[in-house]
Design a protein around this ligand. Structure first.
Ligand SMILES: Cc1cc2nc3c(=O)[nH]c(=O)nc-3n(C[C@H](O)[C@H](O)[C@H](O)COP(=O)(O)OP(=O)(O)OC[C@H]3O[C@@H](n4cnc5c(N)ncnc54)[C@H](O)[C@@H]3O)c2cc1C
Length: 505
């Protein structure tokens, strides 16, 4: 394929949180990326707000954790409020979140940051990293051949433009065109409920002072409030009854104001309606996340009920799982390599997404809390897709490398060392392992060897958390997943075998 100005290695459809994170992760690996977004700008009407530890660890690796934290609510607001109204003196509050310094399980605890504040941070970083972001660019068609994918894009009043890419990643949300063109069906329960989301400004800060939360559930079927800044910027989620005249209600600011005042319990509240959005609660998963050169990530692949706050986070985890495989496949990969890499991604991610959707669906039937660490416990076979109970660190194959603070710098974590690359973590001196890698092959010699018993990455905590015996090693994939483990015993080719499936980038 001759290079043209309209060709790129990976075209991403959708500049939501998942598309932008994927763009950043791919640029981190030097992959050419062009992102098409139909809206003229970034999200005005935020949906997601809870960014979990698993996503914050990705942002940490990309060097933007601090920027995301700076536009987030304070940790003490990360809790739920349940009452008759916002001024109900008997309202219940859950315990607040853990704080910015991290729990024993993560150096990067989750935050409450609404999507309209997160996306500009991601977009600025993606642009700075060299991604081309095209706003006001609606992808109207996607067609693949064995060699490449063609996209038709409508940009403003111009005639549609034809672009090509080695791979197209559909990060285009629940009604994904890419999923439709790939011929991939959804399974699950659609239309569990319908909500009218009203973004409004009102001086509610005083009313909630001292009882700030992230979500305010109002009794009596009145839905609830989502805090953007816990001061003047708010979202009201109004549950629509079957057959409700949503279109008429959307354009009636007076009726919306009455609804907000009634749920808030403040009949005189000054309300300025900024925007409305209709959304449907679905619990669906795509039958596959890939077809040839088309791949899905985020809501295009799975629609998670927001009860639990996992939808965007599982999408960001898709991006992390996809980026290294994609970078490897398009960086000189054959047609088969691309197809195989995307199929493998689909095979691994589908059970995790299905488990998260099921867990979130279960949450719709009971009062749920925030499980910031749930996705840290997600795993690939032979590990279970999700832990039964609370996250517990593990060094099992298929699980994520656990966090352990470094002895020399307690603010740093073992997950920071050679982040984004395949690496060998050894409870041993590094030299014999370097010799072993060099003996395996030329590219294996590029895999960094990280000793956790001596040197700058020493962290005895990891041996305990990962059950790592003296002399043992963990081969960690670029996405932080443990690919294999073993010792230096002669005659056991575990490392040779495992390295054949792991990218060196
Ligand atoms: C009320 C509510 C609360 C939620 N709270 C949370 C939470 O706390 N935590 C959490 O993790 N998740 C939450 N979610 C879920 C979360 O919002 C979604 O999972 C997340 O937005 C998915 O991100 P995405 O990038 O995959 O898709 P989207 O955010 O939907 O972005 C898709 C983008 O693709 C663009 N696009 C679509 N089609 C085209 C096309 N043809 N051409 C070009 N561009 C196109 C769209 O304009 C859009 O910008 C919540 C959802 C709702 C409704």
């Amino acid at each position: 394929m001759a290079a043209t100005q309209t060709h790129t290695q990976v075209a991403i459809v959708g500049a939501g949180p998942v598309g932008l994170t994927l763009a950043l992760l791919l640029r981190h690996r030097g992959v050419g990326v062009r992102v098409f977004e139909s809206h003229p700008g970034l999200s005005r009407h935020p949906k997601a707000r809870g960014i979990a530890a698993s996503s914050m660890e990705v942002f940490r690796g990309l060097g933007i954790e601090r920027d995301v934290r700076a536009v987030s609510l304070p940790a003490e607001h990360v809790r739920f409020f349940r009452g008759e109204s916002l001024v109900d003196p008997a309202a219940e509050l859950t315990a607040p979140g853990g704080g910015d310094e991290g729990s024993a399980n993560t150096p990067s605890p989750g935050v409450l940051c609404s999507q309209d504040r997160l996306e500009p941070v991601l977009a600025a970083a993606a642009r700075a990293a060299g991604a081309e972001l095209r706003f006001g660019a609606r992808v109207t068609d996607v067609r693949q051949s064995p060699e490449l994918v063609e996209l038709v894009v409508a940009e403003g009043d111009e005639a549609p433009v034809r672009y090509t890419a080695d791979v197209v990643a559909g990060c285009d949300g629940a009604r994904s065109l890419v999923r439709e063109r790939a011929g991939i069906a959804l399974t699950g329960e659609a239309g569990l409920a319908e909500f009218l989301s009203v973004r409004f400004r009102a001086p509610l800060g005083e009313a909630v002072r001292g009882r700030e939360a992230t979500s305010y559930f109002i009794a009596g079927g009145k839905g609830g409030f989502l805090a953007i800044d816990n001061d003047t910027e708010w979202i009201y989620q109004y549950p629509l009854a079957a057959g409700a005249q949503a279109a008429a209600l959307r354009s009636d600011d007076e009726a919306l104001t009455r609804l907000v005042r009634d749920a808030a319990g403040l009949p005189e509240l000054e309300v300025e309606v900024a925007d409305t959005m209709l959304w449907r609660m679905d619990a669906c998963v795509a039958e596959s996340f890939a077809a040839g050169r088309l791949v899905l990530a985020g809501d295009s692949a799975h629609q998670t009920p927001p009860t639990g706050g996992h939808g965007m986070n599982v999408g960001i985890a898709d991006a992390e799982a996809l980026a290294w495989r994609l970078a490897d496949a398009v960086g000189g990969g054959t047609v088969d390599a691309v197809g195989a890499a995307l199929a493998r991604y689909s095979e691994e991610r589908l059970p995790v997404a299905a488990a998260v959707v099921a867990r979130s669906l279960d949450n719709t039937r009971r009062a749920y809390g925030i499980d910031d660490e749930l996705l840290l416990g997600a795993g690939y076979a032979p590990a279970p897709a999700l832990p039964e109970g609370a996250y517990a660190p593990s060094g099992a194959i298929g699980r994520r490398l656990p966090h352990a603070a470094l002895e020399a710098d307690p603010g740093a974590s073992i997950i920071d060392v050679a982040w984004g690359r395949a690496r060998l973590i050894v409870a041993d001196a590094p030299e014999p392992w370097r010799d072993r890698l060099a003996a395996i092959g030329s590219t294996s010699g590029e895999v960094p060897v990280v000793s956790v018993v001596s040197g700058s990455a020493a962290t005895p905590g990891l041996c305990e958390r990962a059950g790592l015996a003296p002399g043992e090693a963990l081969l960690v994939r670029p996405d932080g997943v443990i690919a294999a483990r073993g010792g230096l015993e002669p005659g056991d080719p575990w490392l040779e075998r495992a390295l054949s499936g792991v990218s060196m980038r």
